[in-house]
Design a protein around this ligand. Structure first.
Ligand code: ADP
Ligand code: MG
Length: 628
């Protein structure tokens, strides 16, 4: 075969240098930033030790926006300029937002910005993208201060059900905050990664995420290192806030507080309810103390049993979506291998218990459920930033069709097979076909078929300036590298002279799913035919090589080293090969080549002797001994 395959080592990544990368969970209620330090993924706290950053932004005249706890403190005082839950508005029109039943007490501007509602504040109209950028910027500052340098890139998580517009809005917010997005990652996938489920055997996992105001259930399937979202469901108006409300209502009944109490009083009650709820995650009961309007104080207690009674109906509401996703994925609870708990509300022991019962599995809860998404994102960011050796790659996207190179005879040599997860780098060594060959045409193709004409041509380039050598002596390393965004770079380098050349292409560009499908179907349909054609072409190329080499050898040494009858015998074998070479009979070509190899053995041996003799002329034997 013309371009000889010599080795196929997994090409190692660039020389080591640590890039600062972070994972960001941009949540509806809370956001976090995490990073991998000394091999360990951890969330980063602010100066006061808070890891969670409430996703709330407060705008005031002539001041920088306040984000997080400081903004939360303004919610009662300056509600119209204190924006919470902005994630619900990302990439959505006002109509969509209103029909989902979310109550957002803001002053919306009538005209939308890029399909999104603008909110009127004292500092002017702000878009959801801008508000999200303020949150991201706070996390960026926190990370850069803690890590002592600029972030090279981040991975930001989004709900699995986010559509293109919502994902694009998230990316835009990141750009506005001066962040380089390495990738957007689905929240459930991030949680699965945090638990190392990508390293485990193939399986189907349920990711149960109960946050502050939203509930999501996702069924993920892990196959060959890639997570596929099989089904998602949820309730965008069900979360921890509803639990707070249920408790607050119970308190009002117990303390005899009227339903029409003042807004600020209700807010206070909700805060007390939330504290009680969070206390009950680790205690048997929670003390309650309420200031009544007349100035007196009501004291009470919320027991675990009472609490469970209040929240069971809410937990029950999450079961129906769980059933639905299983049905959508065509699975039953028996098919689920692992259950992962995500979201602050899954800290409630009762939630863990009920969901464990439903799936008949003890859920994973070892990693803080409100940090687990950020931690998974950090692990992914660390890898995408190039801080891990190849074999530790976490891989979430695959190449839909094989990437290959054209070799002699119009054949395709696959360099990266289809379904290989990206990012990936693979190299292969090739050699020159002809004596004195100084250039090589590199043709990059995509597809499963054996012949170049049946595949898709992606790019062509040339490697020039190869020093003239005998055929087969050159070592040309061709490297294919596909980055996380699916961009392919191909480079070729002649190892002895160092001459090199390269090109970048986007392999999936313009390829629709149905085209990929068609190309795959064809490769199956023509598989047998293709293999036969390939064998024939390979024999033809080999015949070509043998003919060229033999002619050159005869020309150089035939007169001197061969007797007349030997010369005739070799020549007859050569003629025989020339006769069958262009035919369709691979076996006939193969036999003719074998015959030539037989009759030229002696000739080859004599040439070897002669060349050694030649090489040693003029050298003293010592020269060789010393060079050993
Ligand atoms: P999101 O993903 O929507 O941003 P989080 O995952 O941060 O939200 O969850 C926030 C919710 O978790 C809040 O309703 C909060 O009260 C609740 N939560 C946090 N800690 C606890 C706890 N110990 N027990 C019960 N609920 C908790
Ligand atoms: Mg969340």
């Amino acid at each position: 075969m013309a371009l000889l395959q010599i080795s196929e080592p997994g090409q190692s990544a660039a020389p080591h240098q640590h890039n600062l990368a972070a994972g960001i969970d941009l949540g509806t209620t809370n956001s976090l930033v995490a990073t991998v330090r000394s091999g360990l993924a951890e969330t980063l706290p602010d100066n006061e030790g808070h890891h969670l950053l409430p996703s709330i932004v407060h705008y005031a005249k002539d001041a920088a926006p306040q984000v997080g706890y400081a903004a939360k403190a303004q919610a009662n005082i300056d509600p119209l300029n204190t924006i919470a839950s902005v994630k619900r508005l990302m990439g959505r029109g006002l109509k969509d937002v209103k029909t989902t039943g979310t109550r957002l007490p803001y002053d919306f501007v009538e005209n939308e910005d890029q399909g999104m509602p603008m909110i009127r504040t004292v500092v002017g109209d702000r878009s959801p993208v801008q508000i999200s950028a303020d949150i991201l910027n706070t996390l960026k500052q926190r990370a850069e201060k803690t890590l002592g340098g600029e972030l090279t890139g981040v991975v930001i998580t989004v709900p699995a059900y986010f559509d293109e517009a919502q994902r694009q809005a998230t990316k835009d917010a990141a750009t506005l905050a001066g962040l380089n997005v390495l990738r957007l990652l689905n929240e459930p996938t991030a949680a699965a990664v945090a638990y190392g489920l990508d390293k485990s055997a193939e399986g189907v996992h349920a990711i149960y995420d109960l946050g502050g105001g939203t509930f999501d259930i996702s069924i993920l399937r892990l196959q060959r290192g890639v997570f596929e979202v099989m089904a998602t469901a949820g309730n965008s108006a069900l979360g921890g806030d509803d639990f707070d409300r249920a408790i607050a209502q119970w308190i009002m009944q117990q303390a005899g507080i009227a339903d029409d109490a003042e807004h600020s009083h209700i807010r206070e009650l909700l805060d007390i309810a939330r504290t009680a709820k969070e206390t009950l995650s680790t205690n048997e009961s929670a003390p309650l103390e309420i200031r009544l309007e007349e100035g007196s104080v009501w004291q009470g207690e919320l027991s675990n049993d009472q609490f469970n009674q209040l929240i069971d109906p809410l937990i029950q509401k999450t079961i129906a979506p769980c059933r639905r996703t299983l049905r959508d994925a065509g699975l039953s609870t028996d098919d689920i291998n692992e259950v992962v708990m995500v979201g602050g509300s899954t800290r409630m022991p009762r939630v863990r218990e009920k969901i464990g019962d439903f799936f008949k599995r003890t859920p994973h809860v070892d990693i803080d459920p409100d940090k687990v998404v950020a931690i998974g994102a950090a692990i992914q960011a660390d890898i995408l930033a190039g801080n891990k050796p190849d074999d530790d790659m976490l891989l979430l996207d695959v190449i839909p069709l094989s990437l290959g190179i054209e070799t002699m005879g119009g054949l395709v040599e696959k360099i990266i097979p289809r379904n290989t997860t990206i990012p990936v780098a693979r190299g292969q060594d090739f050699t020159t076909f002809k004596d004195g060959q100084t250039a090589m045409a590199i043709h990059v193709v995509q597809g499963e078929r054996e012949l170049v004409m049946d595949c898709r041509s992606l790019a062509r380039f040339e490697l020039r300036g190869i020093p003239p050598m005998v055929a087969g002596a050159g070592r040309i390393r061709v490297s294919y590298q596909v980055d996380a965004d699916g961009l392919l770079s191909v480079s070729a380098k002649e190892e002895t002279s160092g001459v090199h050349s390269q090109i970048t292409v986007k392999p999936s560009y313009g390829l629709q799913d149905n085209e990929i499908e068609r190309m795959l179907k064809e490769s199956l349909e023509y598989a047998e035919e293709d293999v036969a054609t390939r064998t024939l072409r390979e024999q033809q190329v080999e015949a070509d090589r043998v003919i060229n080499a033999l002619r050159a050898a005869l020309k150089a040494d035939g007169q001197v080293l061969l007797k007349q009858h030997e010369f005739l015998e070799i020549n007859t074998a050569l003629e025989d090969l020339l006769k069958v070479e262009q035919g369709n009979d691979a076996d006939a070509i193969k036999n003719a080549i074998e015959r030539i190899n037989d009759v030229t053995q002696e000739f080859a041996a004599r040439r070897m002797d002669a060349s050694i003799h030649q090489a040693m002329k003029g050298h003293r034997l010592n020269d060789f001994a010393e060079n050993e």
